[in-house]
Design a protein around this ligand. Structure first.
Ligand SMILES: [Zn+2]
Length: 172
């Protein structure tokens, strides 16, 4: 995983690319939650699930299938909207952005994009993102600062750019 908070940058930037009134503030908030949910799989460590298992870290919850299921489920239970396909698309992309970012990190195992149909794990050819240390205290270290710089450069700056350009274009 990247730092959990950094995953939130993608749905925030993505929301600016959607039409005005297409997404409610609640839908955007759920998009932020969706971008973080895949890392709930780390709970499995406490129950003996191993990293490389199907339900291990970066396994099932990091798949495109999971993103589609979560998007569909939340679209169904969230308050009705006349543009539910837009909400689904947003929630799906928000969830799917998480494994895409993880596949850009330089540590851990790859991402099981195609679970449950394939156990194979993937990374992108270029992996510029520093993988965060595990544990809160580890963030307050030289390496934690290095991770932060990496995420600002490769997640927050591009997302900020997309957010700014999308809003500027809407202004015309
Ligand atoms: Zn992750």
């Amino acid at each position: 995983m990247s730092t959990i908070v950094s995953h939130a940058a993608v749905p925030i930037a993505l929301s600016a690319c959607f039409p005005d009134r297409g997404l409610s503030p609640e839908a955007v908030q759920w998009g932020v939650v969706c971008s973080m949910i895949p890392d709930l799989d780390v709970i499995g460590f406490a129950f003996g699930v191993r990293y490389g298992d199907s339900w291990g870290h970066r396994g099932m919850t990091h798949s495109i299938f999971f993103a589609a299921c979560l998007g569909a489920l939340l679209t169904a239970v969230l308050p009705c909207t006349d543009r539910s396909w837009l909400v689904f698309l947003f929630l799906f992309l928000s969830t799917a952005s998480h494994p895409l970012i993880d596949a850009l990190t330089n540590g851990g195992l790859g991402v099981a994009f195609f679970a449950p149909f394939s156990k194979r794990r993937y990374f992108f050819a270029q992996r510029p993102l520093a993988v965060p240390p595990i544990g809160i205290l580890a963030f307050f270290s030289a390496y934690g600062f290095y991770v932060l710089k990496s995420e600002i450069r490769w997640i927050w700056l591009p997302c900020g750019l997309v957010f700014g350009i999308a809003h500027a274009l809407k202004g015309f």
